[in-house]
Every structure is written in structure tokens, then in C-alpha cells.
Write a protein that binds this ligand. Structure first.
Ligand SMILES: Cc1cn([C@H]2C[C@H](O)[C@@H](COP(=O)(O)OP(=O)(O)OP(=O)(O)O)O2)c(=O)[nH]c1=O
Length: 191
């Protein structure tokens, strides 16, 4: 079945990633509040937000009969603390100090939603950071790369210098688990 694919995202990384696997798509702009409920697990939280993004996107393209909308969310999790995008430089530095010299998890959820169907997946990766000195953290923040990124770092950028190990999916850490996304879309295309 042919589908008309939409990506409900403001993230340039997600566009780049979806293009990487040869998908053509249109972008819909969504603004979903990202607030974890008091008793919500990090896994439920990231999945709920991704679903809300896809759902909000679908509302905008409801007139397109074969529309399938992708929504995704990525969060960095350390000791059950969820690190979203830093509010400012001080927040970014605080996140990086906590990630320094430790392993954390990156949860990346993707939902694909059409008028009659919903499919979803959750990718969990473990990322190990080498120790970062105060000077390293200051220099990293000065690159500007920390802003707009969950956990205040970008695996696809300068932060790669500090990532000593990745168990999981590089694309998922960057914002969209490409293998899982591709599998989900095939389900829409093949019935
Ligand atoms: C950990 C990590 C995150 N990120 C980015 C991916 C996401 O854009 C961002 C996580 O924030 P999200 O809230 O998942 O996404 P977003 O607000 O940027 O975009 P959307 O409109 O789709 O809601 O962090 C990287 O680019 N590299 C990394 O290594």
C-alpha cells in the first residue's frame, strides 16, 4: 500500500536521519509539552511524548487519506533522572558534570500513526562518557552544540570525543532509531 509519509518534528537531526534511509516525506510542525508525570517511568514518558507528537501531526494532515505520521522523542536517563534539552549554559554544564565518567541510557521512542493504525518501538542504548574536566565542559558548551540536545550533548558532533563506548543504536541516540522506524513503516506498506 502506498503511504504519504509525514515527520512530525522540528528537529533538523530527525529530518537528516529519515533522509539517510532514502525516505521521502513532508514535515509537520508540532509543539507538544514535554513534562514527565510524577509516577511515570522514563520509558513510559518517552513513549507517551513520541505518541503525542505523532498524534498532533496526524490531526494536521487528517485530510490526506494515506497519511502516516512519525513522532519521536529522545531522552537521556541517569539514575532515573531524565535529562531533556538544557534550559541554558548552566543547566548544560550541570548535565555534563553528571554524565562525566559514567554510563547512562538513551531512550528513543518512535510512533508511526495513520487514521486506522498505530505502531511503535522503543530503542534503549547505553552510552559511556569519559571523564570531562571543567575546562572540557566549558569548551564544549562554547561550541553551542549542547543546546537543543537531550542530555546537553550530540553524539554526531564534538561530544564524540568523549564517548568511549556505545551499546545500542547510533541513530537512536541522535534522535530517531532508523532500523525500528524502517520496520514500522514496512508494516504500513505491506498490510
Ligand atoms: C543525545 C542526543 C540528542 N540529540 C537531539 C535529538 C533531538 O533533536 C533532541 C532531543 O529532543 P526531543 O525533545 O526528542 O526532540 P526535539 O524537541 O529536538 O524535536 P521534535 O520537534 O521532534 O520534538 O536531542 C542529538 O542530536 N544528539 C545526541 O547525541
Amino acid at each position: 500500500m502506498p503511504i504519504h509519509l509525514f515527520l512530525a518534528s522540528r528537529s533538523p537531526r530527525r529530518r537528516e536521519l529519515l533522509r539517510q534511509i532514502g525516505r521521502s516525506f513532508d514535515v509537520v510542525d508540532v509543539d507538544v509539552p514535554e513534562r514527565r508525570e510524577p509516577d511515570e517511568s522514563p520509558e513510559d514518558y518517552v513513549s507517551r511524548v513520541a505518541r503525542e507528537k505523532a498524534g498532533a501531526g496526524l490531526m494536521q494532515v487528517a485530510a490526506v487519506h494515506d497519511a502516516v505520521v512519525i513522532g519521536a522523542d529522545t531522552e537521556v536517563v541517569l539514575d532515573d533522572h531524565v535529562f531533556g534539552k538544557p534550559a541554558d549554559a548552566a543547566d548544560a554544564a550541570a548535565m555534563l558534570r553528571r554524565l562525566s565518567g559514567r554510563r547512562h541510557r538513551v531512550l528513543s521512542a518512535v510512533w508511526c500513526i495513520s487514521a486506522g493504525r498505530e505502531e511503535h518501538a522503543l530503542s534503549i542504548s547505553t552510552v559511556e562518557f569519559a571523564p570531562m574536566s571543567e575546562a572540557d565542559i566549558a569548551a564544549y558548551i562554547a561550541t553551542g552544540e549542547a543546546f537543543g540536545k537531550a542530555g546537553a550533548y550530540a553524539i554526531q558532533g564534538h561530544a564524540a570525543a568523549y564517548i568511549s563506548r556505545l551499546d545500542g543504536s547510533h541513530s537512536a541516540v541522535m534522535g530517531l532509531p532508523l532500523h525500528e522506524t524502517s520496520q514500522l513503516l514496512r508494516r504500513f506498506e505491506h498490510g
